[in-house]
Design a binder for this molecule. Structure first.
Ligand SMILES: Cc1cc2nc3c(=O)[nH]c(=O)nc-3n(C[C@H](O)[C@H](O)[C@H](O)COP(=O)(O)OP(=O)(O)OC[C@H]3O[C@@H](n4cnc5c(N)ncnc54)[C@H](O)[C@@H]3O)c2cc1C
Length: 435
């Protein structure tokens, strides 16, 4: 009778086990199971090959989570851009603060080698071959995966009227865009920002600080209607105008004429604005092409379940390219959270993405605005507005209750209560006076 010992790796518990057994012809009797480190000389288990496509915050978080949960996985992060992952939300700061790329990097370069994450920069994935579990890049490189994570983000939307635009039409999504806009706006230029949402206003503020003459064209009759109330919106509007920006509310662009020396925008009202550059900031479109081409379920984004898994169980998606419960959030913190969930699950975890209550942080024109959840301006019978702080024109805090429970909050030029109101709204807690 021969007693044998074997080492096995439990993928779920990420732990090596040894078991001893007696092989009696047909049956194997295991009589001892103990945990331990891999035996010296024992064969390594095949490490899982995880490939993440897209080096934005979602892709980085996915790679980081995969590494945290599996020491042995072979992780490759393929970045279409030729730079390491950086903070996209700070891009407009490049104009007036002269922020350089090194100030925006999310991790120092050595972090990738320290964590055994292969970083491939300037590599665009052209197609996925799901039956071979392979990826092909534009340069012809082939990567094989066990599990694939798509974190391809989004592009900025351009309306059909600027289909074949020249260099005087711009959008701001990546470091290249920011560098080009910065160069184009050297010296006093005229810039029209189309879209007075958060990103459009931030860009307008930055371009104004950078010495340009700036106009903002916004379709809605008020600024940031979803993120604030009427009174605050008016205060933001005044601050924008006082900064010297021309504001055109309730207007849309109906035509664009671009010449070598200038570009003219015609508005729905018939007004014509001439400038040197037009920057569109009117929303995003998820990068779904890779997924669509292999028949993954897609809608506006790549459809994922709560585990961030696509219709192919070996492929996950996260961030701005993913549509979870019908929503593409387009928000930094959510992309990061989804990336963490996708990365954890790619190596055998079972984490769920819990939908997040959207929040807004706006820091321009000398205004500091934080809002979360629903903003209630005209309370119904079961709704209440609680004044949290001294209600002055220039600084105030409000909490919105429905049936006595927190559903939203707005803090204007005060940040003291951000943590507390966030918790109340996230937990839909009843309001008590001790805050
Ligand atoms: C100027 C600006 C300001 C912003 N400000 C805020 C803010 O204040 N608050 C907030 O919450 N959000 C903000 N956002 C939005 C936020 O940045 C995004 O929600 C977030 O970056 C999404 O991360 P992601 O990783 O999903 O996608 P992305 O950051 O878009 O990254 C996707 C990456 O994938 C790469 N890629 C795409 N296709 C391929 C391919 N085929 N092969 C290889 N690589 C590929 C892209 O090049 C890109 O690098 C801002 C965005 C911008 C542009």
């Amino acid at each position: 009778m021969l007693i044998k010992k074997k080492w096995v790796y439990d993928l779920k518990k990420r732990q090596w086990y040894t078991f001893s057994f007696i092989n009696l012809k047909l049956s194997i009797y295991i009589f001892n199971l103990e945990r331990g480190k891999r035996a010296p000389g024992a064969p390594l288990r095949m490490s899982k090959k995880i490939i993440v496509v897209g080096g934005g915050v979602a892709g980085l978080a996915a790679a980081e989570a995969a590494r945290k949960n599996d020491e042995l996985a072979e992780i490759t992060l393929i970045c279409g851009e030729s730079v390491p992952p950086y903070n996209r939300t700070q891009l407009s700061h490049i104009f007036h603060e002269n922020k350089t790329l090194d100030k925006l990097l999310l991790k120092p370069l050595h972090w990738f080698s320290d964590n055994k994450i292969q970083l491939k920069m300037g590599e665009l994935v052209k197609e996925i071959l799901p039956e071979k579990k392979q990826l092909v890049t534009l340069t012809g490189s082939i990567y094989t995966y066990d599990v694939l994570i798509l974190a391809t983000g989004a592009i900025n939307y351009l309306p059909p009227i600027v289909k074949d635009h020249g260099p005087r039409v711009a959008t701001l999504r990546n470091i290249e865009d920011a560098t080009e806009i910065r160069l184009a706006c050297l010296g006093a230029n005229r810039v029209i920002v189309v879209g007075g949402g958060l990103l459009g206003l931030e860009a307008a503020f930055s371009l104004k600080q950078y010495g340009n003459k700036v106009s903002v064209v916004e379709l809605a009759p008020t600024l940031l209607p979803k993120q604030t109330n009427e009174k605050t919106s008016l205060q933001i509007q005044n601050a924008v105008i006082q900064s010297g920006i021309d504001l055109f509310l309730g207007e849309s662009v109906t035509a664009i004429d671009e010449s070598d020396s200038s570009i003219t925008v015609t508005l729905a009202s018939g007004k014509k604005l001439t400038s040197d550059l037009v920057l569109f900031s009117i929303g995003i479109r998820a990068n779904t092409l890779l997924a669509k081409n292999i028949g993954l379920a897609t809608n506006k984004g790549i459809i994922v379940n709560d585990f961030m898994q696509t219709s192919d169980p070996n492929i996950f998606a996260c961030g701005d390219c993913a549509e979870a419960s019908g929503v593409i959030y387009g928000l930094w913190a959510i992309a990061q959270k989804q990336g963490t969930v996708a990365g954890t699950n790619a190596v055998g975890g079972q984490n769920k993405f819990v939908p997040w209550i959207p929040r807004t942080v706006f820091n321009s024109f000398g205004i500091n605005l934080f809002s979360i959840g629903e903003i209630i301006s005209m309370p119904k019978d079961n709704e209440q507005i609680v004044i949290l702080e001294e209600n002055s024109e220039s600084s105030f805090g409000q909490l919105y209750l429905r049936n006595g429970k927190a559903v939203g909050a707005l803090l204007f030029n005060t940040t003291k209560l951000v943590g507390k109101v966030t918790k109340l709204v996230e937990n839909n807690s009843p309001f008590t006076s001790e805050l």
